[in-house]
Design a protein around this ligand. Structure first.
Ligand SMILES: [Zn+2]
Length: 272
C-alpha cells in the first residue's frame, strides 16, 4: 500500500468537532498496525468519540473482537467482505460467526454485500455469502453493513424479500439518488464519507444533499477514500472534520447539526 501517513503539519489546519461517530473504519487492517494508538489519539483530538470496525474475513473478526474488548470507544461487526467471499463455507462460517457473537458485544453483521467492479470473487459466490449474513442479521436482530459497488440491482433484489425484517446501512454509497431512495424505502441507511469532498462527484453530492436527516451515517472507510485535501494519504477518523464541513455546506446545515444527526443515527442503528 503506498499511502502517505499524516503529519502534524498536514493536520494542523483541521478543526475538531466533538461527538463524531465513525461508522466504518478498518482499524484492524495492516495499514494501522504501526501507529494504532496514535490513530486513536488523533481521532479523539478531532472530536471522534466512537468508531465501528467492520470485518473483512474471519481473521479480521478475531482481531476486531480483541480490539473492542481492549478499547471501549470501539465497536465491531462480524462477517465476510464480498472481496473475501470465497472464504465463506456454508458448513463452518455461520457456526464461527455464532461463536464470535457469543464471545463479545457486536454492533452489526458485515461488512457483506456485492462487488461488481473488481473481480476478486464470482457474483454467485458473493451472493451465497451475503445470503448467509442476511439470515444471520435477521436471526440476531443486528443491522447489516453492506458494501455495494456497481451492484445496486442484484443487492436490492436480495434485500427486497426481507423488507421490514432487516435494517442496516449501504456504506459509502455511490449508486445515485434513485437507488439510494429505493434502499431508504427498504429501511436502510446511507453511508457518506470522503468521496463527498471530491469536486466532480455529482451523484454522491446529490445523495448527501437529499438523504433525510435521520437516515444517513458518517464514515471514513479508512484506510481508503481520504477526503480532499488529504488525497494520497491514509484515511483515518481524524480526517472526518473535513467531511463534516463538506456535508454541512451541501445540506445548508451547521457542522454541529451534521455531527449531531450522524451520531444520533449511528447510535440508533447500532444501539451504541
Ligand atoms: Zn469497508
Amino acid at each position: 500500500m503506498t499511502m502517505k501517513l499524516l503529519t502534524p503539519e498536514k493536520l494542523a489546519p483541521l478543526a475538531s468537532y466533538p461527538g463524531i461517530i465513525d461508522s466504518h473504519i478498518h482499524l484492524d487492517s495492516k495499514a494501522f498496525a504501526e501507529d494504532f494508538a496514535d490513530c486513536l489519539t488523533r481521532a479523539r483530538e478531532a472530536g471522534v468519540t466512537r468508531m465501528l470496525l467492520p470485518s473483512i474475513d474471519q481473521a479480521s473478526s478475531q482481531r476486531i473482537l480483541k480490539l473492542t474488548q481492549e478499547h471501549c470507544q470501539l465497536s465491531g461487526a462480524v462477517g465476510i467482505h464480498p472481496h473475501a467471499a470465497a472464504e465463506f463455507d456454508p458448513h463452518s462460517s455461520p457456526q464461527l460467526w455464532r461463536e464470535l457473537l457469543r464471545q463479545g458485544k457486536w454492533a452489526a453483521i458485515g461488512e457483506t454485500g456485492l462487488e461488481l467492479h473488481y473481480d476478486f470473487c464470482p457474483l454467485e459466490t458473493q451472493k451465497v455469502s451475503l445470503q448467509a449474513q442476511i439470515e444471520l442479521a435477521a436471526e440476531t436482530g443486528l443491522p447489516l453493513i453492506l458494501h455495494c459497488r456497481l451492484a445496486e440491482e442484484p443487492l436490492y433484489d436480495m434485500l427486497q424479500p426481507w423488507a421490514g425484517k432487516l435494517t442496516g446501512v449501504v456504506h459509502c454509497f455511490t449508486g445515485g439518488w434513485e437507488w439510494a431512495s429505493k434502499f431508504l424505502d427498504l429501511g436502510f441507511y446511507i453511508g457518506v464519507g470522503g468521496l463527498v469532498t471530491l469536486p466532480k462527484a455529482d451523484e454522491v453530492h446529490e445523495v448527501a444533499t437529499k438523504v433525510p436527516d435521520d437516515r444517513w451515517l458518517l464514515e471514513t472507510d479508512g484506510p481508503y477514500l481520504s477526503p480532499v485535501p488529504f488525497r494520497g494519504f491514509r484515511n483515518e477518523s481524524c480526517l472526518l472534520p473535513a467531511v463534516v464541513e463538506r456535508i454541512a455546506s451541501l445540506r445548508g446545515q451547521s457542522v454541529s447539526e451534521i455531527v449531531r444527526q450522524s451520531a444520533e443515527n449511528a447510535t440508533r442503528l447500532f444501539h451504541m
